[in-house]
Design a protein around this ligand. Structure first.
Ligand SMILES: NC(=O)c1ccc[n+]([C@@H]2O[C@H](COP(=O)([O-])OP(=O)(O)OC[C@H]3O[C@@H](n4cnc5c(N)ncnc54)[C@H](O)[C@@H]3O)[C@@H](O)[C@H]2O)c1
Length: 286
């Protein structure tokens, strides 16, 4: 495309005939070519898609999860998309295991540029029924695991590195029956802000994403029976309710969230830190 002033603009078709790389440079800013990325919770849902998107955008990705089957599936998906990825079992409730994993990544790749904390759990229980064990489990995974992964990563990261945590829309607007989850995701938002302050001087950015509703293993529990069978009508009704909360009239996808992680992880997010970015289709506006 040629404008009235004679300047050429990128229109998606003439990329090979552009006079210089100014416009392609913009696209390149969103790439993470050669960066080393560690992703937790990468055996399913948002973490899995994020690992695949980061790899597709050029990163060396170490996809971790406590679920071996999930990781095997992530490898299959990577193969189907023609991208290469490494997997490693990691239970984020064990700070020593996290530290070992980070040490291993640095030994293999000499650096760690990106950490995405996507591992998380949700327990459905009314406040008056919650047991100490349930609260402990959710906080140990969602808050403790996220925090100790940030700590281990930040100890080896250098300027330009980026950490992306997964909070949730629930940090803005709670709903009944999820109190342990709500407490934990508020905690993730707060640890993100505090770490951004402490790590900013070292050139390390720390952000969180607060996704709106996305269909994943976590949310499927709403219509999955204990024997694993699906209540299709309940699923349809649940999705319709969730979609109606958004002015876009749809629920989110794992890809929607992964692409926002990519922006925060790449140099395109170079001036974004300490933020909890709402990727929720407008279902909540601050
Ligand atoms: N799906 C949504 O609607 C939604 C909305 C807001 C926020 N989130 C957040 O996004 C993140 C990803 O959620 P998802 O929907 O993809 O869930 P998911 O259940 O599909 O995936 C979570 C992954 O975390 C892993 N995991 C759980 N405990 C672990 C542990 N101790 N160590 C390592 N891995 C562990 C699981 O094995 C699983 O593969 C979570 O933090 C979740 O709270 C999800």
């Amino acid at each position: 495309m040629t404008t009235a002033t004679g300047a050429r603009r990128y229109d998606g078709e003439n990329r090979h005939t552009m006079p210089d790389d100014r416009y392609l440079g913009v696209v390149d800013t969103f790439l993470v070519t050669g960066k080393v990325a560690l992703v937790t919770g990468a055996g399913d849902g948002i973490g899995q898609e994020t690992a695949l998107v980061l790899a597709a955008a050029g990163a060396h990705v170490i996809a971790t999860d406590v679920d071996d089957d999930g990781l095997r599936n992530t490898l299959v998906l990577a193969g189907e998309r023609g991208i290469s990825i490494t997997t490693r079992r990691l239970d984020i409730t064990d700070p020593a295991e996290i530290a070992d994993t980070v040490e291993h990544v640095v030994a293999e790749h000499d650096r760690l540029d990106i950490l995405v904390n996507a591992a998380g759990v949700m327990i459905m229980r009314d406040a008056l029924e919650v047991t100490p064990e349930e609260l402990d489990r959710v906080l140990r995974i969602n808050v403790g695991g996220t925090f100790f992964a940030c700590q281990a990563a930040a100890r080896v990261m250098t300027t330009g590195a980026s950490i992306v945590n997964l909070s949730s829309s629930i940090q803005d607007r709670s709903s009944p029956g999820r109190i342990t989850y709500a407490i934990s995701k508020g905690g993730v938002a707060q640890l993100t802000r505090t770490l951004a302050l402490e790590l900013g001087p070292a050139g390390i950015r720390v952000n969180a994403i607060a996704p709106g509703w996305v269909e994943t293993g976590m949310t499927r529990q709403h219509w999955t029976h204990t024997d694993g069978s699906i209540d299709a009508a309940a699923r349809e009704s649940y999705l319709a309710t969730m979609a109606s909360a958004s002015p876009l009239s749809r629920v989110g996808t794992t890809r929607d969230i992964a692409l926002s992680v990519l922006q925060l992880a790449s140099d395109a997010g170079a001036f974004i830190t300490g933020q909890v970015v709402r990727v929720n289709g407008g279902s909540f506006m601050a």
